[in-house]
Design a protein around this ligand. Structure first.
Ligand code: 13P
Length: 256
């Protein structure tokens, strides 16, 4: 997808059960407009995806899975594959910092997941970002480069068009310490410059890059106004349908 759409994604993490997810979608659907320039995506618990996929109007709101396993079928007790998610979700999160840090997912796992998503016609949202220690050591660019190379190895330039990158500095996630807009611009320009190196200028200019990390109703506009930011990946502030829809409203008025 070209960069003419702003993506607003709510990652509910391990919050809201099936019933609450369904009620939330009902509320959100009353206020979300079908808008040419804004795409709204919610990532509920995997348990709710089936129910929500029947309830949702996909022209209005799309669905994302928070996680999955990279094999398509087999003896992997407890896992859900991208093949099983196919037709239910349009997006999947890959390489979220909580998956990297709490569940020790490696670049090898992450790249296999990117491949699995593409193979199953689901758009991967590849999350990258530095920790507080790496930022203090001035290693942000190096970390982003390593995570991009790690996650995108084996991805062709045609496949790159299906991928969304989310810049989520680890120190900003769930901490209330959101990154300053100039720091976000710096990081996203570093991401595009690395993608230019790997895939050429056109591919780098066309890829959608989002910001995530303690975005609130008050801070959202400052990011959406940045020319390099193509949308937001929102955790805590997406748990309240009223707050989340307020952020979506801002996206309607800030033209890309
Ligand atoms: P918060 O918005 O709660 O900081 O979470 C960001 C995030 O991790 C979204 O994926």
């Amino acid at each position: 997808m070209a960069r003419d759409k702003t993506l607003i994604i709510g990652n509910w993490k391990m919050n809201l059960g099936v019933h609450d997810s369904s009620l939330y979608l009902h509320k959100l659907a009353k206020v979300v407009k079908i808008h040419r320039n804004v795409e709204v995506v919610i990532a509920p618990t995997i348990l709710a995806l089936q129910t929500l996929s029947v309830q949702v109007n996909l022209r209005q709101i799309k669905l994302a899975a928070q996680n999955f396993y990279y094999r398509d079928h087999g003896a992997y007790t407890g896992e859900v594959s991208a093949t099983m998610l196919r037709g239910i979700v349009q997006y999947v999160l890959v390489g979220h910092s909580e998956r990297r840090h709490v569940f020790h997912e490696s670049d090898k796992d992450i790249r296999a997941k990117v491949q699995a998503a593409i193979r199953n016609d689901i758009r991967p949202i590849l999350c990258v970002g530095e920790t507080a220690g790496e930022k203090a050591a001035d290693e942000t660019k190096d970390v982003l480069f390593d995570q991009l190379i790690g996650g995108l190895a084996n991805v062709t330039s045609e496949e790159l068009e299906k991928i969304v990158i989310a810049y989520e500095p680890v120190w900003a996630i769930g901490t209330g310490k959101n990154a300053l807009p100039p720091d976000v611009t710096f990081a996203i320009q570093a991401i595009r410059s690395q993608l230019k190196h790997l895939y050429g200028a056109k591919a780098a200019a066309n890829i959608q890059v989002l910001y995530g990390g303690s975005v609130t109703a008050d801070s959202a506009a400052a990011y959406l106004e940045l020319p390099d930011v193509d949308g937001l990946l929102i955790g805590g502030a997406s748990l309240d349908a009223h707050i989340f829809s307020g952020i979506i409203e801002k996206a309607y008025t800030i033209k890309k």
